[in-house]
Design a protein around this ligand. Structure first.
Ligand SMILES: Nc1ncnc2c1ncn2[C@@H]1O[C@H](COP(=O)(O)OP(=O)(O)OP(=O)(O)O)[C@@H](O)[C@H]1O
Ligand SMILES: [Mg+2]
Length: 251
């Protein structure tokens, strides 16, 4: 589903991604770990068009998407959450999820033109209903009419996922979905990620929560100083000496 060949990204003299190859198969949960600053978020940024890579290629469903604009890539079906992402503070939870919609200009225009003036938009109703279903799916049904400012951190992370899901992604990239969470909340996040995969969505997840990541992932890629140092099933990654030295040993 996603194929990355020899990806490079530098920030001045810093090599944030150094010849990274990666392949994500349809239907899998693919974990990415690595120490702070090893290039995990930069990898997501280069896949989604937030940053243009300096070298290498990204293919999505056999089509090259390297360096395309973020909204073009989003419309192809790749959506993401942001590490420590922020919500729109003067909107409710439901409205925040609704705002995640990244309609193509075509769809948005059709909705404005193909209706009588001053009648409510069908599209808005459709989006609202979809956002309600998603709020329920991620366990936020009880708080969907609350102001997003009033949410605790854990709930905010879930809203971010809701904002991505409303676009019906075929590939979902989650950047640190369980950061700052306690054990019980991490378990809940693990269940939700599994449920999302159960809907047929392929997932790449970056997380410092090693236990959750190893439980969830079919395959784990390890980055260190921008380079891929290992990629294997969790059982083998957990015993890999290079990985232990670079990362797991420091836990
Ligand atoms: N826009 C930028 N400008 C300059 N340097 C950057 C930029 N984005 C990232 N970097 C640097 O690139 C390296 C990789 O950063 P990145 O955010 O991808 O790491 P990460 O693996 O996601 O780390 P963390 O686990 O802390 O989230 C770091 O040294 C970081 O300081
Ligand atoms: Mg990061």
């Amino acid at each position: 589903m996603l194929k990355i060949n020899g990806l490079y990204k530098n920030f001045g003299a810093l090599q944030a991604l150094d010849n990274v190859d990666m392949e994500v198969k349809e239907g899998e949960i693919h974990g990415v770990i690595g120490p702070n600053g090893s290039g995990k978020t930069t990898l997501f940024n280069c896949i989604t068009g937030t940053l243009k890579p300096d070298g290498g290629k990204v293919f999505f469903k056999d089509e090259e998407i390297t360096g395309l604009a973020a909204h073009v890539i989003a419309n192809k079906g790749i959506h993401r959450t942001f590490q420590a992402g922020r919500l729109i503070s003067n909107l409710t939870v439901l409205e925040n999820i609704m705002c995640g919609v990244q309609d193509s200009l075509g769809k948005a225009l059709k909705d404005t033109m193909v209706r009588w003036p001053f009648t409510p938009s069908n599209r808005e109703k459709e989006i609202r209903e979809k956002a309600e279903r998603i709020a329920e799916f991620i366990g936020l049904a009880d708080v969907m009419n609350r102001w997003s400012n009033d949410l605790v951190w854990t709930e905010r992370q879930l809203v971010q996922i809701g904002r991505a899901l409303i676009n019906e992604p075929s590939l979902l990239l989650l950047d640190e979905p369980a950061s700052g969470m306690g054990p019980h909340e991490i378990e809940n996040m693990e269940d939700i990620i599994r449920k999302i995969r159960g809907m047929g969505i392929t997932i790449v997840v970056v997380s410092h929560e090693v236990k959750m990541l190893m439980n969830l992932s079919e395959i784990v890629t390890v980055l260190n100083f921008g380079q891929k140092i290992a990629e294997n099933v969790p059982e083998i990654i957990q015993k890999d000496t290079r990985v232990l030295e670079a990362y797991l040993g420091t836990e």
